[in-house]
Design a protein around this ligand. Structure first.
Ligand SMILES: [Zn+2]
Ligand SMILES: [Zn+2]
Length: 463
């Protein structure tokens, strides 16, 4: 996954800092200020600063005309820089589908056709950009894969190039997510007619708005008007329409995106600086021994619950949700419907509540992660918790609301093995699910350590 970096000025000392887009918290390496930039659900705005001026735009247009063997005799009509808003949406997609497979069984002297339903799951990380504007004249549907050659600049109205026109944001984040889902499912060939979808979830890890610079250069040539669109970063004409061009924005913005406004990142109880992390939504105060999760742009105190699971000391975060279907509310009762799961039969577990376990950390290998979550759901481990803080082996990055979405996927994964559980009564929506609990389980391997905050001094020319 390409990581975009972004430049902003430290509120403590004014130094330009470069960090990864979507960073939750960091420390300024010049003045030491510890600050928080992100929060789950907060959409930030960024832009690419075009290093082209009017003259360079004219030069790009001439280059294009020459390349196409056309006459350089033209009269410029208008030349203007626009910034086109795109949503960048990254996260994970989980899909569970069935496929009917025909096979033959032998009965006496005959081979009889038999239909078998086979379940497959597909989990992928995705990173997509989707237009947040509806003007098709620009001919730009996606940012594609932009190499990290140039960092984004954090958007602030007062620092934005005044000669540039911002396009209205007319697509809501929800509409963008829908589009992303459709694009993604088409892109990976998941829409084939022989596949039947049982469950599909898109878990967003980050959503932001990125403004991309495009010059619209209109000319009159041999009595014809044409507009060339020039990519503000590559400085090439990528699209031409035989029409004049004018855009008048209304200043609309339905993105709910906000300007970056770093806040202090301190323990709400004792005021001690909290650790910093690119991804983590969980913070532990070593001074007063309290734990917090980030929700709704605020710190929420959580009980620290650690348990060893596989006799290892690689502590990984999970959400677990107590789960029941009517009277079926204990491991013993679930063992009567999930009849193939041998670990559920164990007597000592019979009266334990039944939980769905959702990994709340990131892994490049989503299949290994899904195997782990599925295994915990099928095992219902007997855990003994303590409140001793353990150094985490992975960042907690999944908000509870997204964990709940994934709980539906894990339940569908469990029930897909049993034909008689396909009824409405067993639909996730008909079941009873309690509030999530954040737990840390010691595993015998690490699924990728906490990501280090990557940051360095920005090139002054970008500011
Ligand atoms: Zn600073
Ligand atoms: Zn504290």
């Amino acid at each position: 996954m390409a990581d975009y970096s972004a430049v902003f000025n430290c509120p403590g000392c004014g130094s330009p800092l470069e960090t990864l887009e979507g960073t939750i918290s960091l420390q300024c390496s010049y003045c030491g200020l510890i600050m928080r930039l992100g929060s789950p659900g907060r959409i930030l705005k960024y832009f690419y600063d075009s290093r082209m001026d009017n003259f360079a735009a004219k030069f790009a247009a001439e280059k294009y005309i020459k390349k196409n063997g056309l006459s350089l005799k033209f009269t410029p009509i208008s030349n203007r820089l626009y910034h086109l808003p795109f949503y960048r949406f990254k996260g994970m997609s989980y899909a569970l589908y069935s496929k009917d497979v025909m096979s033959e069984i032998r009965e006496g002297d005959y081979d009889l056709p038999m239909k078998n339903t086979v379940f497959h799951r597909r989990c992928r990380n995705f990173d997509l950009t989707i237009p947040a504007f509806d003007n098709k004249m620009f001919g730009l549907d996606s940012l594609g894969v932009r190499p990290g050659v140039m960092p984004l600049t954090v958007y602030h109205k007062i620092f934005f190039p005044s000669e540039s026109a911002l396009l209205d944001i007319t697509v809501t984040p929800e509409q963008a997510e829908q589009t992303a889902m459709i694009m993604f499912f088409f892109g990976v060939g998941m829409t084939a007619a022989d596949k039947n979808y049982l469950s599909s979830e898109m878990i967003g890890e980050g959503l932001s708005v990125i403004y991309y610079p495009v010059w619209a250069y209109s000319v009159e040539r041999d009595g014809m008007v044409s507009t060339m669109f020039i990519d503000g970063l590559t400085k090439d004409v990528y699209h031409e329409v035989f029409d004049s061009f004018e855009y008048n924005g209304r200043g609309a913005d339905v993105s709910k995106a906000v300007e970056l406004n770093p806040t202090q990142h301190k323990c709400p109880n004792c005021g001690f600086d909290l650790p910093v992390s690119e991804l983590s939504l969980y913070y532990y105060c070593a001074n007063c021994d309290r734990s917090y999760t980030l929700e709704d742009d605020d710190y929420h105190s959580v009980e620290l619950k650690c348990a060893s699971h596989e006799n290892g000391s690689n502590y990984h975060p999970f959400w677990r949700f107590q789960f029941a279907i009517g009277e079926t509310d204990t491991v013993g009762k679930f063992s009567k419907i999930l009849t193939g799961e041998i670990p559920l039969i164990k007597k000592s577990k019979a009266n334990n509540p039944f939980y769905l376990y959702i990994p709340a950390f990131h892994s490049g290998n989503l299949n290994a992660l899904t195997n782990l979550g599925g295994r915990l759901c099928r095992m219902q481990p007997e855990l003994s918790f303590n409140k001793k803080s353990q150094p985490p082996s992975a960042d907690m990055f999944l908000p509870e609301s997204e964990g709940l979405e994934l709980a539906r996927f894990y339940w569908n994964l469990l029930r897909s093995k049993y034909m008689f559980l396909c009824g409405e009564k067993y639909d996730f929506e008909s079941c009873d699910i309690k509030k999530g609990e954040l737990i840390w389980l010691g595993l015998n391997r690490s699924y990728g350590g906490p990501k280090k905050v990557n940051f360095k001094k920005a090139q002054a020319s970008y500011i």
